[in-house]
Structures are given as C-alpha cells and as structure tokens.
Design a protein around this ligand. Structure first.
Ligand code: DP6
Length: 419
C-alpha cells in the first residue's frame, strides 16, 4: 500500500423492488433467512433508486456513513454483517494513475466512507432499505474488486435487509429461501430481464398516513410468533403460488399475474390481522383503491390492473399496458384529485409523460374528468382531496450499475467527505 493520501472511490445506482409474492417471516433472524420464497419486480431506477458512493483512503480513521446527507451510525449488526462479509471477499486493487495499490489483506485495516442518497422521499414509506443495502453491497463489491456474481452478492445484501437481495437484478426476481443453516443457498436469481414484459406500467399511490407503522422487521417477528395463518401460508400456499407466478411471468399471462399478485397481497395483510396484537398496514384509502380496482377488473371480465401493498398504506398498481394505465390514472385522479394549489407535475411524478396521454396536462383537466363507468354507486366521488400525497408512474427496470461520471459522486474526491 502506498503511503500517499489518495482517495479511491466508486459510485453505483441500485433500483428498489416490489414483491408480488411476499416475503413475510424469518426462520433465522440473524442471517435473515425467510420462511418462504418470494418474487418481485424491479422498478425503473430513473424514478426510484439509491445512489451510493463508497470511498477508501489511508487517511480515513474509521468507517463512516451518511444517508441523505446526515451521518448515521454503522454500529448496527446488519451493517456490520454486510461490511464483514464483503471485506472477507475483497481482492487486489490497483490504479496506477492515482498511485493506488491495495492488496487483499490491506482491506482489513483500511476504513471506508459511504454516502447514500435516495431519489425519493424516505418518508414516502417505499422500500428504501431494499435499494439501500443492495447499493451498499454492490458498490463495495466494485470498490474492493470482489469476484462474485450478483446471486452471491445477493446473499450478502440479504443480511442487511431481506428484500434487498432482490434488488441485485433487473426485471422479475425470485428470492429462493434455501434450506441450509448457513444461508449460503438463500439467494436471489433473475427470472426474466426488464425487457421481457416491458408493456407493464406501474403506478404507485403514495397514501397519506398519520400513524407510525410497525416496522417490517418487528411485524414479521410478531407474525412468526403468533399467526397460524403464516404457518399455513408458508407451508401450503406460497410454494404452489411461486410455481404459478413463474409460469405467469414466463408467458406474460396478465390475468394469472393479477390474480396471484392480488391474492398474495391480501393474504399477507390477512396474516398481519391474524397476528397478535393485529397489525394494520392498509388504511381506508388503501381499501378504497382495492375496491375501485376490483370493480373495474370485474366489469371488464378480464383483469386490467393488479394491486399489491407492502408494510404500509401505499398502493402499487400494475397495468397490463399503457392504454389501461392511462384509464387507470384518469380514474385515480377522479377519486383522488390533488389539492387545489398542487401542480399536476408534482402530483404525478416519475414518467409523467402519461399526463399528456391522459389529457391531464392542462388547467382544470381534473375537474373535467368523468366517473369511471363501472362505478355505479356513489362511493366517494371527488371528495378525497389529500388522501393521496402523490402518484409515481414507473415501469419494470434494470439492475444495479456503476456510474462512471465523477460528477455524480456523493463524496469529494480529495477529502472523501460528503460534497
Ligand atoms: C412486506 O426486507 O424490509 O415488503 O428483512 O427485516 O429488513 P427485513 O424486512 P424487509 O421486509 C419486506 C417485507 C415486505 C414484503 C417483501 O418485500 O417481500
């Protein structure tokens, strides 16, 4: 190792993911080993992602991390497990131009600076830990020249947060629960890449919530301890559903995909209700969105839109194609219009080119929306202002990438401190 005070760094971007067959319950809390397999779709990182810069320098005196600009502690066991696992696989690194030469063994003594940023508000209750831990592990693997494939890296990210292991790939991803005690076969694999089913459109309704939700970690611990339905789900229901979902994705069979996604989301929330004390993640707005989608799907005869809800009230709605997504957005904005002072472009974010297609880019366009024809009763017309904070329009997306452009780094190349 040369004695100069160089700073060597890597910046990477990693997507978030949403499960369509849910992970809920651990058989090993420390290694984060699940009680069932799960399947997710990776969301386009242009709209939802984490960017992480990791740096190493002989001048750093301890490992430090900044999340969204604020320094956070790395002392928790999840961070420590990820750092230990990745350090133990580090390789030799040499950058002649910068005068950097790090041998395998040096990594044990060298300290790291890590800066991470989500391009979506943490308060939105979207799975930031999934993208966060996946990005931490992916960027460190690049920095340290770790010679492991994405599945092997997923087993490290898993130890940061279970759902993070599925963010190591784009497209549709399966986390195989594995059977070994050491967790080495509890890894994510890619089912299909993001191009395989690229007419899907995903609209997320970020639902306003006043209550502080039970964290996934403690919620699933309580479910494992008290819910008989969880045992039945893990043993008898999910194994069959996983096979059916694999088929549905392979064949782009939207009807089966929708039936399975909705049923699995509803069963996950039923397990939460079956937990003692019961856990409520969805609220009235979530339930209203489910009713609207169910009514629409029924009236069309074939499913148009799938829904799924994680450990919070936000609705993730998956439309089979762009035309359906346009109708969906019109229906959603009819029932959940923005507050009068809200600009449409900040109410529908992500791929908001859809606003134009929906005829919703002009002034007063929301007021002119007609009620969806299938809704005959008058369940809440345009009186739900403020129930949805905003919508994110996105699609299936790619896996992690290194960002070679130095201007995107979150750490200063001379000091290794946040810019
Ligand atoms: C409902 O991965 O956040 O989103 O492993 O304890 O960190 P830990 O939990 P986490 O749980 C995610 C639960 C879920 C379903 C899913 O993503 O499969």
């Amino acid at each position: 190792m040369a004695a100069e005070n160089w700073v060597y760094m890597v910046t990477a971007q990693t997507p978030t993911n949403i499960a369509v067959i849910k992970y809920w319950g651990k058989r090993d809390e420390v290694r984060i080993l699940p009680v069932n397999d799960s399947i997710s779709v990776t969301l386009d990182p242009d709209h939802l992602c984490t960017v992480t810069t990791v740096a190493v320098s002989p001048s750093f005196d301890r490992d430090r991390m900044w999340l969204n600009g604020k320094e956070i502690s790395l002392s928790g066991s999840r961070y420590q497990n990820c750092l230990r696992e990745i350090r133990s696989r580090a390789g030799d690194v040499e950058d002649k131009e910068k005068g950097v030469k790090i041998g395998k063994k040096d990594w044990e003594k060298l300290h790291l600076h890590i800066a991470s940023h989500n391009n979506f508000p943490t308060a939105a209750g979207l799975a930031s830990s999934a993208a966060g831990f996946a990005c931490l592990v992916f960027s460190l693997a690049k920095l340290m020249n770790v010679d492991e494939d994405p599945s092997q890296l997923s087993a490290i990210a898993r130890q940061g947060s279970g759902s993070a292991c599925r963010s190591l790939f784009g497209g549709f991803v399966e986390w195989k629960m594995g059977s070994k005690d050491d967790g080495s076969d509890s890894v994510a694999v890619q089912l299909t890449d993001e191009k395989h089913w690229d007419d899907l459109v995903i609209i997320i309704a970020v639902v306003s919530s006043r209550q502080k939700e039970t964290s996934s970690t403690s919620g699933m611990r309580e479910s494992v301890e008290t819910s008989l339905l969880l045992q039945h789900r893990a043993k008898d229901v999910v194994p069959k559903r996983i096979l059916q979902m694999e088929e549905a994705i392979k064949n782009r069979d939207f009807a089966s995909f929708t039936q399975l996604s909705c049923a699995d989301s509803n069963q996950f929330h039923a397990v939460c209700l079956d937990t003692s004390p019961p856990i409520f993640y969805m609220n009235d707005t979530s339930h209203r969105i489910i009713s609207l989608v169910e009514k629409w799907n029924r009236s069309e005869g074939t499913p148009q839109v799938a829904y799924t809800f994680d450990a919070g009230p936000n609705a993730v709605l998956i439309a089979g194609n762009r035309k359906v997504a346009v109708q969906l957005l019109q229906g959603l904005l009819y029932y959940f219009p923005p507050k009068s002072d809200t600009d449409m472009k900040s109410y529908v974010v992500g791929d908001n080119s859809i606003l134009k297609e929906a005829g919703l880019d002009g002034a007063n366009s929301v007021e002119n929306l007609q009620p969806p024809p299938e809704i005959k009763d008058n369940i809440g017309s345009q009186d739900q202002k403020g129930e949805v904070s905003y919508f994110i329009c996105t699609r299936p997306g790619r896996g992690p990438v290194v960002l070679p452009d130095q201007t995107q780094a979150l750490l200063d190349k001379k000091t290794g401190l946040p810019k």
